[in-house]
Design a protein around this ligand. Structure first.
Ligand code: FAD
Length: 459
């Protein structure tokens, strides 16, 4: 709903996924927005949209997009992924469903197309002015002025602001500015692993060359390859591997070693990546790190959201989803504390910081799950049991993956419930081979004793 009375102007730095969605959400509530972006307009210039080419969109992200009334435009560009397709070293396939109900799926979406839809929607509100090629260089909180540098001409300009929201990604300039004013703590924790994107093109007749509706994983213990489908029948393939050591980006550094490495570990996919060595050396190697900072705000003047506040490693497919959820949480706080930005920013910080930390930790854990556990019999047994317990005790037990991906309870709660559930699953599967052997009376007793009833989708 467009409010007819225009409220004050809010400045957003960074028109990536989170900044552009936030601009839509705020404008729909009557705020005028000045949105500044360092890069050129991706709708007019052929630039890569940033890190990964495609992303997994899940329930939390979809919910925020629905609040912005954008899903009608986004649905046509989504490709359903119903589960993991695990490729073992012999080329055998094992499909592991993500959920139990038809709607329990995640979606592959093009980062660029999604970003463009949000930018268009922001402009269509008539309340959002977007300034491209403008890099926020510094923020003067005393005089409420931001210094921008034009990326083409190097010209500096000063802009006044009332409130700034920093959605300028993991190397945030707004975070740096807040840091200089306060005793803000921020840490950048490198993962020690990086990623490289490759591509499986469509087949001769425009067909998908591997299963379309799955997230493919080639788990190899210390490293892995994954592939997500694109709408044009290609797949974006990502290699995750250590920076240093025996099998690492440091050592696999020639056309011969790349070829030999794929030949040994990814035999089944090798013929499907015709440009392997070319892409390996022309595509950048992306570093991975977790960024944690606190607080996320400075008085009533500035707030960080998205990766600027909490960059996480990509293994739960939640960075963007979490950022979209941040944006919606800000809107809820604005509605609660109309116009009082000191309260609004403090509340968002209080509600979201623990959740940002929780998903950051779960994302790191999920790297081990993806690159290793998914091929482990015990993991599969516990997964099967988790589905069974969800069916039998639905008000109490929900698999952790489902809590994170298909529901909206706070991440911190998903994490703490997940720890209790894992202990229950370990106890129940200690000396059995099949879920038919599970003592379900004991399961019920443990679940009701250790878990409170769960509210999966709070308002
Ligand atoms: P960004 O997307 O980084 O956007 C920040 C914007 O700010 C950019 O447009 C940038 O140009 C601009 N900017 C930066 N500095 C300035 C400045 N000083 N002045 C002006 N503008 C500036 N998340 C998921 O939910 N699902 C996934 O499957 C998934 N897969 C991923 C795979 C990989 C390999 C990686 C690296 C990440 C993945 N993520 C995924 C995480 C996701 O990409 C991020 O969480 C998401 O992009 C965060 O959005 P953002 O808008 O906060 O930041």
């Amino acid at each position: 709903m467009n409010h007819s009375i225009h409220k004050e102007k809010i400045t957003i730095i960074g028109a990536g996924l989170v900044g552009s969605l936030l601009a839509v959400l705020l404008a729909k509530r009557g705020y005028r927005i000045a949105l500044y972006e360092r890069r050129p307009d991706m709708r007019r210039t052929d630039i890569s949209a940033g890190r990964s080419i495609n992303l997994a969109l899940a329930n939390r992200g979809i919910y925020a997009l629905q609040q912005a009334e954008l899903m009608e435009k986004i649905s046509p560009i989504l490709t359903e992924m119903k589960g993991r397709m695990v490729h073992d070293i012999e080329g055998q396939l094992n499909f592991q469903s993500y959920g139990q109900k038809p709607e329990e799926v995640i979606y592959s979406v093009s980062r660029g197309e999604l970003n463009k839809i949000c930018l268009n929607a922001a402009e269509e509100t008539g309340l959002v002015d977007i300034f491209f090629n403008q890099r926020c260089e510094s923020v003067d909180f005393k005089n409420n002025q931001i210094t921008f540098v034009d990326e083409n001409t190097a010209t500096q300009t000063l802009q006044q602001f009332s409130q700034i929201i920093g959605t300028d990604g993991s190397a945030s300039a707004v975070r740096e500015a807040i840091h200089q004013q306060t005793s803000q703590q921020h840490e950048i924790i490198p993962l020690g692993h990086s990623y490289k994107e490759l591509r499986i093109p469509p087949g001769r007749n425009g067909e998908y060359l591997i299963e379309k509706n799955a997230l493919h994983i080639w788990p190899r213990g210390g490293f892995m390859l994954i592939a997500l489908p694109n709408a044009d029948a290609s797949f974006t393939v990502t290699l995750f591997m250590s920076n240093e050591g025996n099998i690492s980006f440091e050592n696999i550094n020639s056309a011969e070693s790349v070829k030999a490495f794929f030949d040994e570990y990814f035999t089944d996919i090798l013929p499907l990546i015709p440009q392997l060595t070319k892409d390996f050396f022309s595509n950048p190697t992306g570093k991975l790190a977790t960024v944690k900072c606190s607080p996320w705000h400075f008085k009533d003047k500035a707030l960080l959201l998205g990766d600027a506040a909490h960059a996480i490693v990509p293994f739960h497919g939640q960075g963007m989803n979490c950022g979209f959820e941040d944006a919606w949480e800000l809107i809820k706080s604005i509605e609660q504390h109309a116009g009082d930005f000191a309260k609004i920013f403090a509340q968002v910080n209080q509600n979201r910081k623990i959740n940002g930390d929780a998903i950051a930790d779960m994302a790191i854990e999920n790297y081990i799950t993806m690159r290793d556990s998914v091929r482990d019999k015990k993991f599969l047994l516990k997964n099967a049991l988790a589905f069974e317990l969800e069916k039998r005790f639905s008000g109490y037990f929900c698999p952790r993956y489902s809590m994170v991906m298909f529901h909206r309870l706070p991440y911190s709660e998903a994490k703490s419930r997940g720890i209790i559930q894992e202990a229950i699953l370990n106890q129940l599967t200690e000396s059995i081979q099949s879920i038919k052997q599970v003592d379900y009376a004991l399961a019920e007793q443990l679940i009701k004793e250790k878990l409170s009833p769960v509210s999966l989708n709070p308002n």
